[in-house]
Design a protein around this ligand. Structure first.
Ligand code: H79
Length: 453
């Protein structure tokens, strides 16, 4: 955690506070990685490219040029007629309030029907997959976000030797067609983003990915102009800060350690720790952990390292107890089918949410450090006690200075527990057993509202 002296008041505006409201209440979203890599399924020339991680990076991992990659991947990319409906229904069932999907990943293949490219679903699949997905989300009442890669391995003017840090399948090899003019790539990037923010109705989130410390912001993407373009088309949109990778942008774009604990909205509305949950949140900094259910974002038939359901539920609760959002990924196959393990995991969360979502939606961080028995979320004068380990002693201590009004089971308001107070805080006297295999939630009503930490 940063030193106290580094902590400064976050900068914000009433407009920003207003547009962040739904997102802060939502707490839970579904991420979807689907692209040409999905059909390849982590396999190249009949062999697994690896067991773990990053199969949406398969083109890079085998160092394929874009023609070879596309030639092999395209025949394997055939979304079913109702694939988008399946995704949206699953998100809804899981209790997600929003869905963020890849409009373009690093391989450069655009899922919409783009007038400025022929490396897109319109040209190659005769479909507008962005429209199909957006329509499906709206039909389920979900907010919708566009993940858009600013890195592009397909565009012939993308200057891949500019950064030492950003990988590219052709890195170290000469440019196939001589000189490059990165400004032309920037034009193309802006043009596609203009299409995406003009032709599909309201867009709730722009999820940029990603920058390196040696290639970012203005130089790499004409970032401020790009953000302005989006904001002008979509005044309510919120954006992450991955167009940048500088200390002034607050917490770094992927990890949340090592820089000043400030998020300047000039660089984005929220920060995005990837594949990890921070030890604690920071007041006034909006953050969202994105995570996979196995180890890869894009589908791989070789990755079976699925996280167990209790871990998924606990992670959602842990994040909420620290004031963050959880963006949990699925990687559908080439025809858009969601892996059965992902369906199971999402449904397990959904089942838990059916009874307990009141303790997640619209809550803020815990008023105290995480106790050994579980996690706490806050809503005004109410604490939600998420009991991961039902204590043998029959007692739960909540280390807060407060007075209790009553404590009930969230799943059954008729079940009440006695609460006593001492120097250690409030102690709940439990009766019976845990009513949920993952987390039993108690609703502890206080006599006064309490502050989140
Ligand atoms: O879209 C997902 C990832 O592809 C992208 N962001 C999420 C949301 C991303 N994750 N990590 N990175 C980008 C940074 C790059 C990591 C790498 Fe690797 C380590 C690139 C090369 C080595 C992972 C492992 C990818 C290939 C091997």
């Amino acid at each position: 955690a940063p030193a106290a002296a580094e902590q400064v008041e976050p900068m914000t505006t009433p407009e920003r506070e207003q547009r962040m409201e739904w997102w802060r209440d939502a707490r839970f979203g579904m991420f979807v990685h689907w692209g040409l890599y999905s059909g390849l399924a982590g396999t190249w020339e009949g062999k697994p490219v690896g067991e773990r991680g990053g199969m949406e990076w398969i083109q890079y991992r085998v160092r394929a040029d874009t023609d070879t990659y596309a030639e092999r991947a395209l025949p394997l990319s055939k979304p079913t007629e109702n694939f988008a409906e399946q995704w949206a229904k699953l998100a809804k069932q899981a209790g997600c309030k929003y869905l963020v999907f890849t409009t373009k990943h690093h391989d450069g293949f655009a899922l919409h029907d783009s007038a400025v490219s022929d490396f897109d679903a319109g040209s190659k699949l005769d479909r507008d997959l962005v429209k199909e997905i957006v329509d499906a989300c709206r039909a389920e009442g979900l907010r919708v976000g566009f993940y858009h890669s600013v890195i592009d391995w397909h565009h012939d003017q993308y200057e891949y030797e500019k950064s030492n840090q950003l990988p590219h399948p052709l890195k170290g090899k000469p440019y196939p067609n001589g000189e490059r003019d990165h400004a032309k790539y920037q034009e193309y990037l802006h043009a596609q983003v203009k299409e995406l923010t003009t032709n599909y109705g309201p867009v709730d989130i722009l999820w940029w990915d990603y920058s390196a410390t040696d290639f970012q912001g203005e130089e790499a993407w004409r970032a401020f102009e790009l953000m302005d373009l989006v904001r002008n088309k979509q005044p309510q949109v919120i954006m992450n800060n991955r167009l940048f990778r500088i200390p002034e942008a607050g917490w770094t774009s992927m990890q949340m350690t090592g820089v000043a604990a400030q998020l300047n909205p000039k660089y984005g509305d929220f920060v995005t720790p990837e594949q990890h949950v921070p030890d604690r949140g920071l007041p006034g900094v909006d953050w969202e952990t994105c995570m996979t259910m196995n180890t890869t974002w894009g589908y791989s038939r070789h990755d079976q390292a699925w996280k167990p359901n209790d871990q998924l539920v606990h992670t959602l609760i842990d994040i909420a107890s620290k004031g963050g959002n959880f963006l949990l990924n699925i990687g559908p196959t080439g025809d858009g089918t969601v892996p059965p393990e992902s369906i199971e995991g999402m449904q397990a969360i959904g089942k838990w949410m059916e009874t307990n979502s009141e303790s997640i939606y619209g809550t803020t961080a815990s008023p105290c450090d995480a106790p050994a028995w579980g996690r706490i979320t806050t809503k005004g004068d109410t604490l939600y006690l998420h009991v991961f380990d039902w204590p043998e002693s029959g007692e739960l201590t909540v280390p807060v200075e407060a007075t209790a009004e009553e404590c009930t089971l969230l799943a059954d308001a008729a079940t009440k527990f006695a609460v006593s107070s001492s120097d250690a805080g409030l102690t709940v006297k439990l009766t019976g057993e845990a009513v949920d295999p993952y987390a039993t939630v108690l609703k502890l009503k206080l006599t006064e509202p309490i502050e989140s930490k």
